[in-house]
Design a binder for this molecule. Structure first.
Ligand code: CTP
Ligand code: ZN
Length: 152
């Protein structure tokens, strides 16, 4: 008899599975989504084997379906991740993550004198490169790169 495929992290009935997270981005993803503040059931695993990365991480959140803004946050810090929507144990949607050309209110501008760091103005960037990540501020035109990225 064929042996059933073993899951390292149990299947969920309803919710979202964020798969193919590079292992070293797991805790960043947890933090930017504010998962430490929600009371839904959450399971995660890290340093799991992956053909693509060597090591990957996975997060499963029951009964949560992320908003577009939250999905864009994941795309900024873990662009290779994949989002699986689960309903009644079935994967009903699978999304690769893509960043829009512009993002609003997600990241901070790296320039300390930028108006967005002094006035209640929502940050706004155009994404001039995704890999390596380079965000150009709509207001001061300075570039925020991956090393200086702070998610709001
Ligand atoms: N999953 C889950 N609960 C379910 C169904 C699926 O947690 N009820 C998880 C699986 O463990 C997997 C992800 O959702 O991590 C995607 O499921 P599936 O598409 O069936 O797996 P794969 O084909 O391995 O996905 P991929 O091709 O994206 O690697
Ligand atoms: Zn700026």
């Amino acid at each position: 008899m064929e042996k059933a495929k073993q899951l390292s992290v149990s299947a969920i009935k309803n919710g979202t599975v964020i798969d193919h997270i590079p292992a070293d981005s797991l805790f960043t993803v947890i933090t930017i989504l504010g998962l430490e503040h929600i009371s839904n059931q959450i399971t995660f695993g890290t340093n799991l084997e992956s053909k693509k990365f060597g090591k990957k991480a996975i997060i499963k959140v029951s009964a949560v379906y992320f908003t577009e803004e939250e999905i864009n946050k994941i795309a900024l810090v873990a662009p290779a991740a994949r989002l699986n929507i689960i309903r009644n144990y079935e994967v009903v949607e699978k999304h690769e993550l893509t960043l829009p050309d512009e993002i609003e209110g997600i990241a901070r501008c790296f320039n300390p004198t930028c108006i967005t760091n002094h006035e209640p103005v929502k940050t706004r960037f155009s994404i001039i490169s995704q890999k390596p990540l380079r965000l150009k501020c709509h207001y001061c035109e300075k570039i925020t790169d991956e090393e200086h990225l702070t998610i709001i």
